[in-house]
Design a protein around this ligand. Structure first.
Ligand code: DGJ
Length: 726
């Protein structure tokens, strides 16, 4: 049983394949005891180790000076009740103060999991179990449930919570973290995936834990390019294969907060939860609300297993079952034509996709309303009859007659001020009526907290897509939320607008998936601006970045794989300008994820088309290795002049080395001349399907020489091997 409770010492034990998590109940509080390796772990309880006495640390009962919430390792700490560290929950009660304190009442061990209303969460399987603990705050009259769901096989434990107001009046939740963990010691580094538009998720920094609070957050109403919800806390010496690494993530796409705080007692508090600054959730009497799911994993052997645990979790419990189907190789119109599309161009484009052996053509932005540039038309989801004279259905039939499937771009959450939608309903946009609205990409954000807006969008899409056989939607989102205010919600509910916005967005995703069950959805937010687990749960894959330069993409993709699997990483080859070396480099970079193409192949030389045909055919021989295999990093592009990894699935190994321009971003450059596939079968012989070369498993384990690169003028080149066991 993954979850057990022993009454004699009030100890909960949560086990996964390789890890153990434990805490006990002491004087009504949940005291954290252990998170780490399973083998041989003896867990001490409070009776064995009561903790030290610290001056200025408040205690609840005269004579019990040794038991202070300020110094104990707590499972979930509340504001104002004697813990001066950063806390997980702050509720303002009817009396107007925010002191919060919950005590254990009871618990249940449930099969499966507890679903979170209108927010995606990990899918349970037959081994999934959930510990549901009920706590009560008698002073505020609220009930708290802390949930621990164990995903046994991938070594992941999740945390989420719900609050029910039983006070007889309103209360306001002011801060709410889903996960809190007190680790022993300060000797850790924190790794996050901060970035920017066109340079998302950079894995090139480690920040030491100190006596203070490190906070990493998004205040943008989106998980964002600028800061990703993933974070790791690791041994100062941890590397790819050694050291303790704790990985954390949040299954949510809105504003979030990750905190790591070193305290006076030498402990480190880690918290993951909802962004605090614009969160004030008024909970009416009798209502219940949930904090989204946060996940954690532990690896005793460095970053490699941490990444693989999260890859497994995402593939097995997050991405929709539909995404397990083979991913199509697509040709996208955006970097080929930008807004200049029409029926004839797109039908020719589809024919070129078919000629190159691709599966699908994607019609990106520019097909609807007055959308001939980014200044107008967003929100008007009816086809532009100047460009598609007979409407969508006959045009899509022509596309399909070329032999490819059809995908279409939408950006449901937005409106240009120059749109029929905005002219008719200015109050449907997020705004504070007493202030001017900021523009971003000449557009405003629709108030997805307003059910009327959601219903309107459903009606429009329903009408426009009726009878059109769509195989794929690209769902984009191209600005963040400023002046956060809702004209639909009352004054007391403004602080819940962002949370309700996300619930509205997820409900519209649900509608798309139910209305078009055979279509897949690719998520995009100006590239990878919502590259998070919740979006992965409602889509099949995510457009990794608007930056399709092979050099920057190498860095972005390397970093993204720290937390997310290759199966969700959409990677397109952009215009090689007839340069065969560039085409080869871009292809070898793009095969790190789900391959596609995005340039005007109508104007491309025959030899380029010929090579694309060959690439697509080759990709299909190892695409399953990429989407379903085990991923091992070999060399970081930030630390050496080679970015290298291999992915293994059954008898196949895909090995990649990309020669970068020789600079090391972190520390001294680490040389990389050999690539060791340490999980290869020592007794087997492998043949590289690309060159016919054979090597023994023993040689692969020891490492094969990369050999000479043939760099272009920018200093870049790439090599790829596809080994199959003979
Ligand atoms: C931003 C996306 O990232 C691009 O791929 C493209 O779809 C444009 N939006 C279209 O406006």
């Amino acid at each position: 049983m993954p979850i057990s409770f022993t009454r004699e010492n009030s100890l909960f034990r949560l086990t996964t394949k390789n890890t153990l998590y434990a805490f006990d109940i002491v004087k009504g509080k949940l005291i954290h005891r252990y998170y780490g390796k399973k083998a041989g772990a003896v867990v001490k309880t409070f009776a064995d180790e009561p903790g030290d006495v610290w001056s200025f640390a408040p205690y609840a009962k005269e004579g019990e000076v040794y038991f202070s919430l300020d110094t104990q390792p707590l499972e979930y700490s509340c504001f104002g009740s004697g813990d001066f560290r950063t806390t997980a929950l702050r509720i303002k009660n009817g009396a107007g103060n925010s002191v919060t304190g919950f005590d254990y009442v009871s618990h249940k061990i449930r099969k499966g999991r507890v679903e979170i209303p209108n927010i995606p969460c990990g899918r349970a399987d037959e081994r999934t179990q959930t510990l549901d603990i009920t706590l009560r705050d008698t002073a505020s009259g609220c009930e708290l449930h802390l949930y621990y769901t164990v995903f046994y096989d991938c070594d992941v434990i999740s945390r989420y919570a719900s609050v029910t107001n039983k006070s007889g009046g309103d209360v306001v939740i002011e801060k709410w973290m889903s996960l809190a963990l007190d680790l022993p010691g300060h000797n850790y580094d924190v790794v996050s995936l901060a970035g920017a538009h066109c340079f998302e998720r950079v894995f090139n920094e480690r920040t030491p834990v100190f006596r203070g609070n490190l906070s990493m957050c998004s205040r943008r109403g989106a998980s964002s390019h600028q800061m990703n919800p993933f974070m790791a806390v690791c041994d100062r010496k941890a590397d790819e294969n050694h050291g303790d690494v704790y990985g954390f993530n949040f299954v949510y796409s809105g504003s979030f907060l990750n905190e790591v705080e070193g305290d006076q007692t030498g402990k480190t508090r880690v918290q993951v939860g909802l962004g605090e600054e614009n969160f004030n959730y008024r909970l009416k009497d009798g209502e219940t609300v949930f904090a989204p799911e946060a996940v954690m994993t532990y690896s005793a052997k460095g970053f490699g297993p941490m990444s693989r645990n999260f890859h497994h979790f995402t593939n097995d419990h997050i991405v929709p079952e539909k995404a397990k189907e083979r991913r199509p190789v697509v040709l996208n119109s955006w970097e080929a034509f930008y807004f200049d599309i029409d029926e004839n161009i797109m039908v020719d484009f589809a024919a070129a996709a078919a000629e190159c052996g691709m599966d699908m053509v994607i019609m990106d932005d520019g097909w609807f309303g007055a959308r001939v540039n980014d200044k107008a038309g967003l929100g008007d989801w009816y086809v532009n009859k100047n460009r598609f004279k007979e409407g969508l259905a006959p045009y899509v039939e022509r596309v399909k007659n070329t032999g490819v499937k059809f995908g279409i771009w939408v950006e449901p959450e937005m409106a240009n001020p120059d749109s029929d939608l905005f002219r008719a309903h200015p109050e449907w946009c997020i705004r504070c009526p007493e202030r001017p609205m900021s523009y971003s990409r000449s557009q405003y954000v629709l108030d997805m907290a307003n059910p009327e807006v959601i219903e309107y969008l459903k009606g429009m899409f329903e009408e426009t897509f009726r009878g059109v056989p769509i195989d794929y939607f690209k769902w984009d989102m191209n600005r963040h939320i400023s002046e956060p205010g809702s004209m639909y919600l009352g004054a007391e509910d403004q602080g819940s607008m962002e949370y309700r916005y996300m619930q509205g967005v997820y409900s519209l995703f649900k509608w798309f998936r139910e209305t078009y069950p055979d279509a897949m959805i690719e998520n995009c937010s100006g590239g990878g601006g919502r590259y998070d687990l919740a979006m992965m749960a409602v889509c099949s894959q995510i457009w990794t970045s608007d930056n399709t330069n092979a050099r920057t993409r190498t860095l972005i993709q390397y970093s993204s794989m720290l937390a997310y699997p290759a199966s969700v990483m959409s990677c397109h080859v952009s215009n090689p300008h007839g340069n065969m070396h560039e085409l080869d480099l871009k292809y070898k970079v793009a095969v790190n994820g789900v391959l596609g193409y995005e340039f005007n192949v109508l104007k491309t030389p025959e030899e380029v088309k010929e090579e694309i045909r060959r690439q697509v055919k080759e990709y299909r021989t190892f695409d399953r290795v990429i989407t379903d295999g085990e991923y091992y990093r070999l060399s970081s592009p930030y630390e050496s002049d080679v970015s290298a990894y291999y992915i293994e699935l059954g008898d196949q190994i895909l090995l990649s080395a990309i020669h970068t321009n020789g600079k090391a971003v972190i520390g001294k450059k680490k040389p990389c001349t050999k690539l060791a596939v340490r999980t290869a079968d020592a007794n087997a012989t492998y043949r590289d399907t690309r060159t016919g070369m054979t090597v023994t498993g023993e040689q692969l384990k020891k490492g094969i020489e990369i050999g000479e690169f043939a760099p272009d003028e920018s200093g870049w080149d790439a090599k790829l091997w596809h080994f199959v066991k003979e």
